[in-house]
Design a protein around this ligand. Structure first.
Ligand code: GLC
Length: 556
């Protein structure tokens, strides 16, 4: 086994627009991140995943890039980006950037050129097709953000293809000039000293059949565009060899559509990336057609099955990204814990439950202080392009505005994009101006200042978890230990062990508000960390109290 620096790392995801505004513009910026590096260092993380900061018209908050080699004006300058890299490095923190290369913005110079005429030498950099005889789009594919995957261009009288919004045209990866230019750009960034990349929506780069109709999954006859089509691997292998090789970095890919059975091909020593961001454990409540409604019913067992399936799969082939939240997902407290019970204890339980799995733990901004979903009063309060689409398509399908709003309260991507709650001050101390998205009303009770001032806060609990993983006598077992799930059929508790070279760690988490009696023998003196002031009750069995988590060590 060859050890890699990142196997011991913990990642913190920053969503720049919502992190910290130093100019009063209402939008976060790079200086704002620099100002908070001490905070992140105190937490103990090693890597920042920076959601896109490249030049962008921000239709999808930076996931629509108009210039890969420039910084968005609202975020700052390239000099500030270099300063951020330098300041982070001084604190032992590496930065990984988001790599959005399935598509660009429609404002990118490449697309403008491609669109300018059918004979332009960049025409083939994007995907253009003639209309059908009746003028309709080439086929019935529906984009991830709703509506057809095809948008008509009046000037050149052809349709262009987009897996996401119409302002995010897909690059044509079949064209080798496109690939070469992207690989050059990637190396240009790596040369600046990045720790790696989080690679966005990468399994969309190989297009499905674009000539024929697809089997509809919707009453309107459309079919959602499907990622991970045959042939994608050749592009990914080429990217690994030509763009990433030779640098001491890691790559983590958002690769929708990859089945657990395919993990070895995609991630690990021989895979295209170092690890993937799985979806099965967070998409439990939605169906394959990508709609957030009607809510699919799920229980803790489904969650555990998804987690374990991935854990057993990577045992053979490598690593994974461990996460409960990101900028596309609702807040974990709101997902797992009934509203009446949301608070410090369940938040610690959730933290311990996922943090000691095998892989790389990711903390999404605000998760470390227990931020929750937001309930905006009307659709006009939402910004997220996807939320707006889901709301209107629910209404088209017969939901009332109140019902449609409830869907967003549960699922909107804006739940995790509300400004970071720093202090009990106007707009939670995020900005001195008007925030681009309203802060969550609960900032008075839930904010970083408060979390930093209380010794038993969630912030310090995460700090301890990170310390245990990285700097304790349990680091080996927590990093490399084999995973085994216990009590698999149990609907109330999540229990697993990690075992390595004679050491074992047992992680127990009660996801309910009632006592759970477990027939397991553990020595109370070997409790490593928990979320109650007193030890879990131990006689011949273990009584887990409401939302209790307890981590024990054992020799085996
Ligand atoms: C990824 C990003 C998401 C974005 C989409 C299109 O899924 O995580 O935020 O909207 O790609 O780039």
């Amino acid at each position: 086994m060859c050890e890699k620096w990142w196997e011991h790392s913990v990642v913190y995801q920053v969503y720049p627009k919502s992190f910290n505004d130093t100019t009063g513009s209402g939008t976060g910026d790079l200086q704002g991140i620099i100002h908070k590096l001490d905070y992140l260092q105190k937490l103990g993380i090693d890597v920042i995943w920076l959601s896109p900061v490249y030049a962008s018209p921000m239709k999808d908050n930076g996931y629509d890039i108009s210039d890969y080699e420039n910084i968005a004006e609202e975020f700052g300058t390239m000099a500030e980006m270099d300063a951020l890299l330098g300041e982070a490095e001084q604190r032992g923190i590496k930065i990984i950037m988001d790599l959005v290369i399935n598509h660009t913005s429609d404002q990118h110079a490449w697309f403008k050129a491609s669109k300018s005429s059918r004979s332009h030498d960049k025409r083939d950099w994007y995907i253009w097709r003639d209309p059908l005889e009746n003028g309709a789009p080439p086929n019935n594919l529906r984009s991830i953000f709703g509506g057809s995957c095809w948008t008509y261009d009046e000037t050149t009288e052809q349709y262009y293809f987009h897996s996401f919004a119409k302002e995010q045209p897909d690059l044509n990866w079949e064209n080798h000039e496109v690939r070469e230019e992207l690989f050059r750009m990637i190396r240009w960034w790596l040369y600046r000293g990045l720790g790696g990349f989080r690679v966005d929506a990468i399994t969309f780069i190989k297009k499905p059949d674009l000539v024929n109709e697809h089997t509809p999954d919707s009453r309107d006859g459309t079919a959602i565009v499907k990622p991970n089509q045959p042939g994608v691997g050749a592009f990914l292998q080429e990217m690994k060899e030509k763009a990433f090789s030779g640098y001491d970095i890691f790559t983590v890919a958002e690769a929708p559509g990859v089945e657990t059975e395919e993990l070895a091909e995609f991630a690990g020593e021989d895979g295209f990336f170092d690890m993937l961001i799985g979806f099965d454990h967070v998409d439990l409540d939605i169906k394959k057609d990508g709609k957030w409604y009607p809510e699919r019913q799920w229980t803790l067992r489904h969650f555990k099955q998804a987690v374990s399936k991935e854990q057993y799969a990577i045992e053979k082939s490598g690593w994974t990204a461990l996460y409960l939240e990101n900028h596309d997902q609702p807040r974990s407290l709101s997902r797992f814990i009934p509203e009446k019970d949301i608070g410090l204890r369940p938040a610690k339980m959730l933290a311990a439950a996922y943090f000691f799995l095998k892989g790389m733990p990711y903390i999404y901004q605000g998760q470390e202080i227990g931020m929750t979903n937001v309930k905006y009063a009307g659709i006009e309060d939402y910004d997220d392009i996807s939320s707006v689409d889901q709301y209107h398509s629910a209404i088209k399908e017969g939901y009332s505005p109140e019902e449609a709003l409830k869907i967003l309260h549960r699922r909107s991507r804006d739940n995790s994009r509300t400004p970071m709650q720093w202090r009990d001050e106007a707009h939670a101390g995020f900005t001195s101006g008007t925030p681009w998205l309203a802060v969550n009303d609960n900032y008075r009770d839930i904010n970083a200042e408060q979390s930093l001032s209380a010794g038993d806060s969630l912030f310090y609990f995460y700090q301890r978890l990170i310390h245990l993983r990285k700097h304790s006598h349990l680091s080996g077992v927590l990093t490399y230990g084999f995973y085994e799930e216990k009590y698999t059929e149990d609907e109330n508790v999540f229990v697993y062990t990690r075992s390595w070279e004679g050491n074992q760690v047992v992680v127990l988490a009660n996801f309910t508000d009632s006592d759970q009696d477990l027939d397991i023998e553990l020595d109370s003196s070997s409790l490593v960390i928990g979320n109650y002031e007193s030890d879990p009750v131990l006689t011949n069995s273990l009584l887990l109290r409401p939302y209790e988590c307890a981590v024990f060590e054992k020799s085996v």
